[in-house]
Design a protein around this ligand. Sequence first.
Ligand code: 9MR
Length: 358
Amino acid sequence: MQRAFFNLLFVSLVVSLQACVAVNSAVVADTPGLKTLAAFPIGVAVNVASAGAGIQVSKERADLIGRHFNSLVAENSMKMSYLHPAENNFTFAGADALASYAHQHGMVLHGHALVWHSDYQIPVWMKNYQGDWEKMLASHVSQICAHFAGTVRSWDVVNEAIDDLHPAGYRASIFYEKIGKSYIEKAFIAAHAADANAELYYNDYNIEGSQGKLDFMLRMIDDFKSRQIPLHGIGFQMHVSSDGPGIAQIRKSFKAVADRGLKVRISELDVAMNQQRQFSTFTPAVAAQQKARYKAIITAYLEAVPPAQRGGITFWGLLDGDSWIGKRYQRPDWPLLFADDYSAKPALSGVAEALTGK
Ligand code: 9MR
């Protein structure tokens, strides 16, 4: 009698375990790898080897990334201060490891960023540089591009050179102050001379939302085109939120760049949901709103950018907890496609639905 009871218990345990496995694998099988749904690169920003979060040291991350993405970008480790800590010293080891990881896993590596104003990403030696700034910056760009020629197929050559606070002028960065606005074109010329095969992007935020900033950038593009400066595409960072910018403005901004024959990348996509700090948890209603927003953005990209000009879409991190947003603004937020337990959020289906036109 007792034995029969335990047998029954055992059988029901096995049955429920099997059911559980079946449900989980059905969920996994139902979520297509994003990279299988697009003819252009689908990327994610990763950290190199920070404990647990580094793609090379976390199996969970590596598996999820391998399933959905075919393009990587270093969230931080290819910025100026990390790659070029002293005038005559480059530290390429971390980025080289990422490049070979990408290569081994059939992914492309996008380089971010050769010239960026952000104060603590400019190496101290550079800030204090007393010599010829034009030569120094060109040499910085060309040495890095030459090192990665053949492994990095596209670069953010200049990041955030336009000032959106003082409407639509050049940002008063150290490069602008030392060299003038020509530092931008000179960086592109140096990058192209060092690696003629690399695709070269100008990358910025809020160009999908601020008409003034967009117009200023379009004038810069037109000027570059008229003088054959080797600029191949624009990266729209797209750190957007649930409330804005409006989708019509986003579509129009992509189209304005595409109409000029350039490639368009969505280069750092995330959708913040808690700018007003009104939520303490990520509810199903917020998740549904985020899904719709992701879907609308990807749809706008596909509508506005012809296939041959789609440089790809990169998400700025994998798990919500990775995101810079919560850290920078000191608030809970859930801007990305995966929750911290590696489960897919509705946002992932929103992206998949847009890519498949459903
Ligand atoms: O996500 C990045 C964060 O980890 C860094 O602390 C920060 C400063 O280097 O940069 C963040 O990434 C930025 C990117 O490099 C350029 N566009 C804005 C991104 C978010 O701030």
